[in-house]
Design a protein. Structure first.
Length: 274
């Protein structure tokens, strides 16, 4: 006899009862399982799989980023999704903030983009905006024709992708007014612009028709200077700075983009709303 454990041949009646009880529980679960519809079981299995997959998605994404060959495609897909989602959320009635004259940054403190170091060679006397594509009145439009449209003046924030922002005073006509003048087809999806310095850009139609999107020919109640894009530029306070092309020479209304934008074609976001 073991003084610690008692008689090795002795069987505890409580243990026997516990085993019997466990067997009843197992039998009950088996009986329940037989009565469960196979469709219900499959549905629960699929739901469990979806939940588990969602939990694993960040891990999978991080793992994919660790593979150099997958990194760039994933980043491009992320940008496409971001642009798509931003476009769906964009509303023409949602305005960018406007500011009092006292909040406007002085003109001399308004930064000039370092990329614009060369004079694009625009001869103001001969300048016209060439309009083509899905419009009823294609052709060449002078600055005086554009200035004859209703004038809008707004104090809005200009945000540069390099990290700085300022509040400027901009004047011009709404791009929507000009598109109405040339008889643009509003069902066309895009507006593209080309510039005297070989820059190019494109906008979705909703952004082009936004009431704060201007064909800008004035800053601080004075004609645009060369450094700021004379004689005509885009001002779009709902967008990042590189969307606001300077030195405009051509505008096209189109359903297809042959090229997206100078920076976008190098991997930057196309929509880039603020």
């Amino acid at each position: 006899m073991d003084p610690q454990n008692g008689d090795a041949n002795h069987v505890d009646s409580k243990s026997t009862d516990a085993v019997s009880g466990d067997k009843k529980v197992v039998d009950a679960k088996l009986a329940h399982a037989k009565n469960v519809s196979p469709k219900v079981s499959q549905r629960r299995f699929r739901q469990m799989n979806r939940r588990e997959l969602l939990k694993l998605t960040p891990v999978i994404a991080l793992g994919a980023f660790a593979i150099p060959a997958l990194r760039e495609p994933l980043l491009k897909q992320g940008l496409r999704f971001s642009d798509w989602a931003s476009g769906k959320l964009f509303r023409s009635g949602q305005l960018a903030p406007t500011f009092a004259d006292s909040a406007v940054t002085p003109l001399e403190k308004f930064p000039i983009n370092d990329y614009d170091v060369d004079d694009p060679g625009v001869i103001f006397e001969n300048w016209t905006l060439s309009v083509s594509g899905e419009v009823q009145k294609p052709g060449e439009y002078s600055l005086s024709q554009i200035q004859a449209l209703p004038r809008t003046r707004q104090n809005t924030r200009h945000v540069c992708v390099e990290g700085w922002d300022v509040i400027g005073r901009f004047g011009g006509t709404r791009l929507s007014e000009f598109l109405k003048l040339v008889g643009a087809d509003a069902t066309a999806r895009y507006i593209t612009v080309s510039c005297a310095d070989d820059y190019y850009e494109s906008l979705d139609m909703a952004t082009a028709l936004h009431p704060q999107t201007l064909l800008c020919y004035e800053m601080y109640d004075q004609p645009l200077t060369r450094e700021h894009g004379a004689p005509l530029r885009l001002t779009i306070p709902t967008k990042i700075g590189y969307k606001q092309a300077k030195y405009l020479t051509e505008l096209k209304v189109t359903r297809v983009l042959d090229r997206v934008g100078y920076w976008e074609d190098q991997g930057y976001s196309w929509f880039y709303g603020l």
